[in-house]
Write a protein that binds this ligand. Structure first.
Ligand code: SAM
Length: 271
């Protein structure tokens, strides 16, 4: 059996009884960072052998783990925090195990994305887990543009040093939306910052700690009258003497789209 075993995302009390038992009983624990996991295991008096399993060594180590699983041993995978295979190593191993006919078993527990979502106050019926946005600007913009039309609440992970830039791009591509920044979940300095993207951008100066960004999905407003096209409306505002920026803002509000979408539509029409 291959166990996918959750560990705390901050508060050690979030370790489950079952996780402790499974980690004691398995033959081997595959851990992203063995030093970090060793501390956790020591705290819970778990003495099972550890093997390093991270992005750099996963190809070779996965083979070793599979051999042991096929020989009848049981293995648990843990990441540094939360659920393995969620923006952490583990997913490839699960695929390989399934293909080799080995059973996989979840040992659920803490997870940053869902912990942030349930306290966000945003819609939880339709959700989209986006994980980390791509690091390169072009890929990131494409990624965000595709996501900007989903009605589902979107959950992102983001590193603190990239957060401000990420929020600025979100504001530009998504327009004004409600967001929640869930910071340091389950830790001493846990907090939830709520507001429009632009408001939170102003509020956070030097973000510190770990963040989950939960973003309201796109709201589809009443369809505009059929004779009224987005660009016609924009042109009409310009003809009334409005500055381009204000006309875009007004049109974006009326049609519930981002200014970038209007900009893209204008470029398309010029082609
Ligand atoms: N596997 C983990 C899970 O199940 O949530 C996620 C690991 S991912 C490499 C790390 C990211 O998760 C961080 O950059 C941050 O966005 C988010 N995260 C992890 N712990 C957190 C916490 N205590 N508070 C807020 N965000 C957290």
């Amino acid at each position: 059996m291959l166990y996918l075993c959750a560990t705390p995302i901050g508060n050690l009390e979030d370790m489950t009884f079952r996780a402790i038992r499974i980690l004691r009983e398995v033959d081997l624990i595959a851990a992203e960072d063995t030093r970090r996991t060793r501390k956790l295991l020591t705290h819970f008096e778990i003495h099972t052998p550890l093997i390093r399993f991270d992005e750099n060594c996963k190809a070779t180590v996965a083979e070793k783990i599979l051999e042991r699983l096929q020989a009848g041993e049981s293995v648990a995978v843990v990441s540094d925090a939360g659920l393995p295979a969620i923006c952490d190593p583990g997913a490839d191993l699960v695929r390989l195990a399934i293909d080799a006919g080995i059973k996989v078993c979840p040992v659920p527990g803490a997870n940053a994305a869902l912990s942030a979502l349930i306290c966000s106050g945003l819609d939880t019926k339709k959700i989209f887990f986006a994980g980390f946005a791509p690091k390169t600007k072009k890929n990131r913009r494409e990624f965000l543009e595709k996501l900007s039309t989903t009605e589902a609440t979107i959950i992102f992970y983001e590193a603190p040093h990239r957060l401000k830039n990420f929020l600025a791009e979100l504001a530009e591509i998504f327009g004004e939306r409600e967001i929640v920044l869930a910071r340091e979940l389950t830790k001493v300095h846990e907090e939830f910052l709520r507001g429009k993207i632009s408001e939170l951008l102003e509020k956070i100066s030097e973000p510190r700690g770990e963040f989950v960004v939960v973003v309201e999905g796109k709201k589809f407003s009443e369809p505009p009258p059929p004779e009224e096209n987005l660009l016609d409306f924009y042109e009409k505002l310009l003809a009334q003497g409005l500055e381009k920026k204000s006309a875009m803002r007004e049109a974006a509000k009326k049609f519930n789209v981002s200014r970038r979408e209007i900009y893209n539509a204008l470029i398309k029409e010029q082609k």
